[in-house]
Structure formats: C-alpha cells, structure tokens
Design a protein around this ligand. Structure first.
Ligand code: GDP
Length: 463
C-alpha cells in the first residue's frame, strides 16, 4: 500500500477517536449545566462535519489501496458472465425441446412491480434451467406486448408451442410450468431473493457491498433493453435536461401510495440528505452547482422544490410527473416518462428515495449495474432494501448484547436475527431466531447475513 493510503487509514482511526472526545466533552458540559440546550444545534453541526470528514476519508481508501482497477475489471467480468449465462439459457439450441417456465406480465400493478415480477421469473428460470417465456399480450403499458417496447428476452425461443402447461409447484417435473405471483407461493424456494449464486458470491462480495441487489440488477440489465423507437424517445427527453454531474437523484413517491403503503414525506426530509451529500462532497472537490434530478408522480413537487430551495438546480420534467399522477398512469406515454426518470435516477451519483416504492428500488438496482458498487450511494427515508416476496432477511450478531431497556432484545454473537427494518437512529427491529424474542437491536452489533444458493453453473455458456 502507498504512503498516502497508510496515512489516510490512520487519519480515519484518529479522527474517529477525536469525534468521541468531542461528543464526550460537549455532553459532559451539558450534563453539568456548563452549556445550555440552545447550544445543541451548533454542536450537532460540528458532529455532522466531523462525521462527513471521516466518511469522506473512508471513501477515498478503496481508490488508494491499489485494487480499484481490479474491482472495476472484476465487476465487468462477473456481469458479463451473468449476461452470457442468461443469453445461453434464453436461447436454447432447440426451442421446441427446451424446458420452459411461463410468466404472464399481467400482474395488476405498476411498472416497477411488474419488472420485479419478471426478475422473479428469470431467477426461477436460471435456478431451474428453464427458458423463460414472457406472455405480455394485453399488457397495460402497451396492449401489443412487451416486445413492442423492449427487445424480446430471447432471440430464438418465444413460445412454448402447444406443450401442456402445468402450474408450478407440481408433484412431478413437467416440461413446461407456469408460475404464480411471488406473493402467493406457500413454500418459497430457497433460491428466491435475497439469495445469490454460490459460485459467484465470493467474487461479487469483493467488489460490491450489497450483492443481492447487484444480482437483481443483473436480471434487470438483461431484460431492460429499449427498442430503437423507445430509446429515441428517451434520448430526446434526456437531451433537453442538461444532465451534468455531480447530481443527486431524488424520487418522491406520492399520490396513491401515500396513506396506503407508505407515509407522506415532505421535500425537506429528502433535501436534508441531499444537503449532507453535497456538504461532504465539498470537502474534497469544488461544487459549482448543487444539481438535483427530481422524479415524482406528484406534479407539484418540482415547482415546490424550486421555490423552496433556490440554491439548488432542479432538473426534471413536470409533464412526466403529471402523466404519472393522472389516472392514466398505465400508458405508453407514462412508460416513456418513467423510463426517463429511472434512467436519470440510476445515472445520478447518489439517490434519496423511499425503498417502500418499487420505483425507488428499481432505480437503485439499475444503479448497481452502472458502477462497481452503489451500496453506499443512496439514502432511503423508510424501508431498508428488500425484494417483494423475498425469503427471510437476517442479520448475524457479531457480538453479544445485553438489553439496556425493555424494548431491546438480548443476543449472542452468532445469533441470526430476522430484521423488520432500521429506524435510522442506531437501532433496528428484529426477531432473534434462537430465542424468538422481538424488539430493538443496536444495528452496529449485527452484520448482514448473505444467503448463498447453489444455482446451476452454466459451464457450457462460456464456450
Ligand atoms: P410503487 O407503487 O411505488 O411501489 O411502484 P410501482 O412501479 O408498482 O407503481 C408505481 C407507478 O407509479 C409506476 O410504475 C409509475 O407508473 C408511477 N410512478 C411512480 N413514481 C414515479 C416517478 O418518479 N416518475 C414517473 N414517471 N412515474 C412514477
């Protein structure tokens, strides 16, 4: 390692201690009554600055450790490998004889939700070595079907002919199966998200901090290939926007979602994190303009943001939000707008969103395919990352914990804890699988538990 790397590493260590000295000192003064509560905002400001400084230094470490080119190359190699395998799976040499799985794109939900439906089907296909046939006639975004907007997911195999279709699960292994929606499977196969293939896992974890979403992003990368007419429409809208970096993507999901599946969040709640992103960035580079790409299904958001935050430059197209907000959300026009929004969010340096929204999660998954590691490049105001219908998401305790209040639960190093969410205050909620106790857990004493599954290895795909 270089001298620069070693110095930086020591500075991170030392500045973490310094931060504690500072907090300890200020809180002790407060306790003794030497300072007034009115001083707290300023103290918080200083703590935030110290935190940003440490994080900014941390983020430089991988750029200086000499492995960044390797990570970049490895990420590209593993992605190519997955794409090759999917292509192999989707283009059997003899389509008539191939084992198949059929999915209908008729799930009555938005585009993000439908994309995740396809991802689930493609993962099923990959796990069971079946070619995925996508039925999309009468699709709500284009009645003529998926293939009129995107390239088909196979070049050579788009039908199950007139083979008998058996609904999965069956008590034998039929040639052609059709899949129920993920939400209605009673016995979930272990290969469903957030599991990743064993044979790739040890490669992925070395360049990416969130392999599950990376893996899901790879599925999206395979299926989401707009045809020329759609691509042209997307490009033309984007060309008008003067996209420049640095830029933060903000996704604000409102209308039908609020009150039913998610809480309302004001623009201010999003902007706190945008400001923090830029404050931190400014420690290492000059930021000319604080740019924000604003995507929403609420047509008023863009205007509100512009009048409330004159120091920021907001990019976005109010007509896209307007189309999304009207009841005719599910049209080819609204699809073009949504694809523009997704593309722009995924191209941003950082995303602030709500992961309760499938659009927010798709944007992040796409972001994961755009760079080596996007796992530190987002802030979700509500949920932690998840895949709808996923298998249990656990964290592993890395040290013992004795509860300090009756809301907290005890655990021992090694315990598996099923997580319900993070409260973004140092604690999350979970259930200790050993004791069955549910309650608050100090997040830092646990680490994400990655599930590996022995997917087929597609040795022939490389030939
Ligand atoms: P969810 O309901 O947010 O979990 O995601 P879905 O994709 O299932 O349904 C939401 C639908 O609302 C999307 O498919 C879009 O049609 C629309 N929508 C939501 N957010 C946006 C946005 O930021 N931009 C655009 N253009 N449309 C959006």
């Amino acid at each position: 390692p270089s001298e620069e790397y070693e110095n930086l590493r020591r500075r991170v260590f030392s500045n973490t201690k310094e931060m504690w000295y500072f907090i300890n000192h200020e809180l002790t003064k407060l306790k003794k009554g030497d300072i007034k509560v009115e001083k707290l905002p300023e103290i918080l400001d200083q703590i935030e600055h110290r935190k940003s400084f440490i994080l900014s230094d941390q983020q430089k470490l991988p750029e200086l450790d000499g492995y960044q080119d390797w990570r970049q190359q490895e990420a590209a190699n593993v992605s190519d490998l997955v794409q090759k395998r999917l292509k192999y799976l989707q283009n059997p040499s003899n389509c008539r004889d191939a084992r198949k799985v059929i999915c209908n794109l008729n799930k009555g939900c938005g585009f993000g939700c439908q994309l995740h439906h396809i991802v689930y089907c493609l993962i099923f296909a990959y796990a069971t070595e079946r070619t995925l046939i996508l039925n999309s006639k009468g699709w709500r975004y284009n009645t003529k079907g998926w293939e009129y907007v995107f390239y088909p997911i196979s070049e050579s195999c788009l039908t199950a002919y007139d083979d008998k279709v058996i609904q999965w699960p069956a008590n034998y292994d039929p040639k052609v199966v059709s899949l129920p929606f993920i939400d209605s499977i009673s016995q979930k196969p272990k290969f469903l998200p957030l599991a990743i293939p064993t044979d790739l896992a040890h490669r992925i974890v070395r360049f990416n901090g969130d392999p599950s979403s990376w893996w899901i992003g790879q599925m999206l990368k395979y299926v989401l290939k707009p045809k020329p007419a759609m691509q042209k429409a997307i490009n033309e809208t984007i060309a008008k926007m003067h996209f420049m970096r640095p830029i933060v993507g903000v996704h604000i999901r409102r209308t039908d979602k609020v009150g039913t599946e998610a809480a309302f969040h004001s623009i201010d709640e999003y902007m706190v994190h945008v400001r923090q992103y830029y404050d931190q960035l400014q420690l290492t580079q000059h930021v000319d303009v604080r740019r924000v790409y604003l995507a929403s299904d609420d047509a008023n958001v863009l205007g509100d943001a512009r009048s409330k935050y004159p120091d920021y430059e907001f990019l976005g197209d109010p007509s896209i939000a307007k189309t999304a907000a009207t009841h005719r959300r599910y049209t080819p026009v609204s699809l073009t707008g949504l694809l523009v929004d997704l593309h722009m969010l995924a191209m941003s340096d950082y995303i602030v969103c709500t992961f309760s929204s499938q659009v927010g999660r798709v944007a992040y998954e796409m972001m994961q395919t755009n760079r080596v590691d996007a796992s530190d490049s987002f802030y979700s105001l509500d949920d932690i990352y998840y895949f709808g219908g996923q298998n249990a998401h656990n964290r592993r305790a890395i040290m013992n914990h004795t509860p300090r209040s009756n809301q907290e639960i005890a655990f021992q190093a090694g315990d598996l804890i099923g997580v319900a969410g993070n409260h973004w205050n140092g604690f999350g909620r979970g259930t200790n699988k050993r004791t069955n106790m549910n309650g608050l857990i100090p997040w830092y004493k646990t680490a994400d538990h990655l599930v590996l599954y022995p997917f087929p290895e597609y040795k022939h795909a490389n030939e």
